[in-house]
Design a protein around this ligand. Structure first.
Ligand code: SF4
Length: 348
């Protein structure tokens, strides 16, 4: 097993069977070795810095009906909200004062947010905070729309592919959504020049080891700048309410594998990881992650952006979140930095 891990660290890719061995035959000792190798690479490129992204969940309206999602359009129990431009700008102001240099505007696919409205918003944020990166996470749009938003000042885009397997994609999404379109969007984003993030849920209903291997191979071929993975956590108002959550151990293992596959990748220790285990984000960092994404949204809307049940940090002010995370990182030997946290190229 150690030889396979060493090889992944050296050549950043493995055969399907070797990935299968890593995913299914791991011992506690090898798990620790895998994390150690992941940390070595992470330290060589990013040191002990942890980048922060100020997350602004600006709308929970969505025209889609992804089966796993708590804010899917058919969930009648979701209490809908949409932040005004002034509210979003006030989140940015607050975030900037707290030391955030990246704002992530995340929302459902909300028709109210036309290209015109978004372009205007991005342009204002870019003008007011020229030293900050603007990340968008607003789903599938046209190539032209992505281009307009890039021209307005957005430079990063998160769009999880969710699963690279067609049949599994259909198990998680209604028929009007397609994996083909999702992948095409990621290619458009990359071609335009965005720093691009894809990703998937670990342990989503119907996911097999073969699916995970397909995910790894897809990510390897896309070569994204960021990869967001977190455990699947069921939401009570979805058809997956009674499904089992994804495992902490498998999520950590995949974080380490991703770090070895893509040495420079920006890899968040996600809120979902912190939700399934009280030390989940610390464990994620120790497995090779280098980003955290505390919430800058106003506290009165936080509980309404419930993609899954029991999400943490929905009651804390942004300042408390940042302080709490800063202490948590210091306790494990890392430090939150005031930095845009851009992707670094390396020749490891
Ligand atoms: S996962 Fe995204 S696109 Fe799908 S329903 Fe939820 S918010 Fe909408």
């Amino acid at each position: 097993m150690k030889e396979i891990i060493d090889r992944l660290a050296d050549v950043h890719t493995l055969s399907r069977e070797e990935y299968r061995t890593l995913l299914t035959e791991m011992t506690a000792e090898n798990e620790e070795y895998l994390a150690l190798k992941a940390r070595e690479i992470r330290h060589a490129i990013y040191g002990h810095d942890v980048f922060t992204r100020g997350l602004i969940e600006f709308t929970n309206y969505c025209k889609n009906d992804c089966y796993y999602c708590g804010i899917r359009k058919s969930n009648q129990h979701a209490s809908r909200y949409r932040l005004t431009r002034e509210e979003i700008l006030s989140c940015c102001k607050n975030g900037y004062e707290l030391g955030f240099r990246t704002f992530v505007l995340q929302g459902g696919e909300d028709g109210y947010y036309t290209d015109e409205r978004l372009v205007q918003l991005v342009r204002i944020i870019h003008e007011r905070y020229p030293d900050c990166a603007i990340t968008l996470s607003i789903g599938e749009r046209s190539k032209e729309s992505y281009q307009r938003l890039y021209d307005a000042g957005a430079s990063r885009y998160l769009l999880r592919h969710e699963t690279a397997n067609e049949a599994h994609y259909k198990r998680l999404h209604p028929s009007n959504l397609s994996l083909q379109n999702r992948k095409a969007c990621l290619v458009h984003l990359k071609n335009i020049g965005y720093q691009v993030g894809c990703g998937f849920m670990v342990g989503s209903p119907g996911q097999t080891v073969d699916n995970l291997i397909e995910d790894l191979n897809y990510i390897s071929s896309l070569q994204p700048h960021m990869v967001g993975i977190g455990p699947f956590i069921p939401h009570k108002d979805t058809s997956f309410a009674n499904e089992k959550a994804g495992s902490l151990a498998m999520t950590l293992r995949l974080l380490s594998i991703l770090r070895l596959m893509l040495p420079s990748v920006l890899l968040p220790a996600t809120t979902a990881l912190g939700t399934i285990h009280p030390m989940g984000r610390e464990k994620g960092i120790l497995a090779g992650a280098n980003v955290v994404m505390p919430n800058l949204s106003p506290t009165d809307v936080r509980k309404k952006y419930m993609l899954y049940d029991n999400k943490i940090c929905t009651g804390d002010e942004a300042a408390e979140c940042r302080l709490c995370l800063s202490r948590r990182m210091e306790k494990i030997g890392y430090r939150l930095v005031v930095d845009r946290g851009d992707y670094r190229t390396c020749d490891l």
